[in-house]
Design a protein around this ligand. Structure first.
Ligand code: SIN
Length: 537
């Protein structure tokens, strides 16, 4: 099939793009899951934006939001990206409201929350399920948009480019091989304009706040296609996930407790009841995430305690239930009453700050291939993302990418001389016979990354991880070529590629900066004040 725009991913970035692109040509959005399984839908805290005067906090300004973002990014943000994206906060909120998103309001204005690293209240939210509110509103809008086809259960296997088909001159996008999960058929989806909006890669780690779908598919595909990738060493760990050792699966062991809870006054305490984060940063519990996550990690290692505590009991009774009903009820289902006792918490992998390199129009290094949202590296986050900046980035970059695509590759103007794309060959491969191999490798990758490549790194730990990943990559390659593809094999193949990219980027950065911290080089160094860019030749 052929489509003017092929959008891979159905979170805030993909849907914001698709809804508007449909005014200009046919749009096909594919997602490997049910569309509501995106990282967007799981976001709790909210979306940061400086609203027009009268609606924002009296002291707030775009300049202050810019300054907070640059401060969190630890010297690696691209200031032009920060300024451009932050400046569009009010326009983004207006657009989302138009699409039906109902942010919490007082009579006159929006309620504004606060999170770590923000000097002012500027986080719009819908209680503690902001992401779900955004995702459901955008999905409903998308489903009612003419010219837009949403295909769930469709897994993009690989991008097809002229270079892959043997062209020696320019490299441009031609389409993608896509697995229809219910039938096992692989089809060629042909498009000169492909937008990657596949989200992040939290599932490379044993414990993560992300949904199962976060397997780094977009980064892995773009890497295989030869696009530049940057800053994959900067995986952000969220400081406060419910510590639940009795739970049966990893998912139940890393339920996110939003930073907004701290924004409303809950404090992080150690087992002795001390606000230990003050020993690491004067902002204490509301310091940027890298600082708080590292403070917790250090405290746990120092004291041997399994967790620290998030104390919301100091808030008036009924506060958690009213302001954070989803968190309160979920914890209650796990047997914990957050209004009665401090919540035991530990950090878990949360957000990919690096990704596919793009300019401020979402362009990657391959013509016609764009990347927006968490999958992309625009320079907004630098070495550490400021909380709640990502939903904003997803929507702003969708707007900018569409404008650029319409300028460069308007639909109707077919690119000349497109070579014929060969159909997918299943060859004589058989369905995988022993799923245990896949699950074993999946676990091994995630445990290796958790043990050796998480909050505190060393050269030795990274070398160990690199050694294991090399072996795992070979095994996964055998599965991929030896068996008929299915979603499990494809996710494993992407996961192992992205884990290797994280390690390679981390090995190159011989300093500590933002969320990349290594005991061997504990200080930031001027000579490393640049992006870690990697590319496959
Ligand atoms: C949270 O609610 O703490 C997550 C917000 C974010 O990661 O931006």
């Amino acid at each position: 099939m052929t489509t003017d725009f092929l959008v891979i991913g159905a979170g805030i970035a993909g849907l914001s793009f698709a809804i508007k692109a449909a005014r200009h040509g046919s749009v096909t959005v594919i997602t490997k899951n049910q569309a509501l399984n995106s990282n967007t839908a799981w976001a709790q805290g909210g979306i940061s934006a400086v609203l027009p005067e009268g609606l924002r906090a009296a002291e707030d300004s775009v300049e202050k939001h810019v300054a907070d973002t640059l401060d969190a990014g630890a010297g690696l943000c691209h200031e032009d990206a920060v300024r451009t994206i932050i400046a569009e906060g009010a326009a983004t909120i207006e657009e989302l409201v138009e699409w039906g998103v109902a942010f919490d309001r007082d009579d006159a204005s929006y309620q504004l929350g606060k999170e770590g690293g923000h000097s002012e209240r500027r986080v719009l939210h819908a209680k503690d399920t902001t992401g779900r509110e955004i995702a459901t509103s955008l999905l409903e809008t998308a489903r009612n948009t003419p010219n837009l086809t949403l295909l769930e259960g469709h897994f993009a296997i690989d991008l097809i480019t002229t270079a892959k088909l043997g062209a020696a001159t320019e490299d441009r996008i031609l389409g993608a091989y896509v697995l229809e999960e219910s039938t096992g058929d692989v089809q060629v989806m042909r498009s000169d304009r492909i937008v990657l909006a596949t989200g992040g890669c939290g599932k490379t780690y044993l414990y993560t706040t992300n949904p199962d779908s976060a397997t780094g598919d977009g980064v892995a595909m773009a890497w295989r296609a030869g696009a530049s990738i940057a800053n994959m060493e900067f995986v952000q760990f969220h400081p406060t996930c419910f510590y639940n050792p009795g739970a049966s699966g990893p998912e139940a062991r890393s339920f996110l407790v939003s930073e907004a809870v701290r924004g409303e006054g809950a404090l992080l305490l150690n087992a002795a009841g001390e606000e230990f984060t003050k020993n690491y940063d004067p902002r204490g519990s509301l310091a940027p995430r890298d600082i708080v996550a590292r403070a917790i990690d250090t405290e746990l290692k120092k004291t041997g305690a399994p967790c620290v505590f998030l104390d919301a009991t100091r808030k008036p009774k009924g506060f958690m239930k009213e302001r954070f009903p989803f968190i309160y009820e979920t914890l209650l289902n796990f047997g914990h009453d957050a209004e009665e006792a401090p919540i035991p918490v530990v950090p878990a992998a949360h957000y990919q700050c690096g990704g596919v390199v793009t300019d401020l129009e979402g362009k990657t290094t391959i013509r016609g291939l764009f990347a927006i949202g968490e999958v992309a590296c625009t320079g907004l986050h630098g070495a550490n993302r400021l909380a709640s900046n990502s939903l904003l980035e997803g929507n702003v970059m969708a707007r900018r990418a569409l404008a650029e695509i319409l300028r460069l590759y308007p639909p109707g103007k077919q690119s000349p001389g497109a070579p014929g794309i060969p159909p997918w060959e299943h060859g004589d491969t058989a369905p995988p016979d022993e799923l245990v191999n896949i699950y074993h490798n999946w676990d091994e990758i995630r445990r290796t990354m958790w043990d050796y490549v998480s909050i505190v790194r060393t050269d030795k730990r990274l070398q160990r991880a690199a050694f294991r990943l090399r072996n795992l990559r070979m095994e996964v390659r055998e599965f991929y070529w030896g068996y008929r593809v299915n979603a499990d094999i494809l996710e494993l193949r992407n996961l192992v590629a992205v884990a290797a990219l994280i390690i390679d980027c981390a090995v190159r950065r011989k300093e500590s900066r933002g969320i990349h911290f290594t005991l061997d080089y504990p200080e930031p160094l001027e000579e490393y004040r640049n992006d870690t860019v990697v590319r496959r030749f």
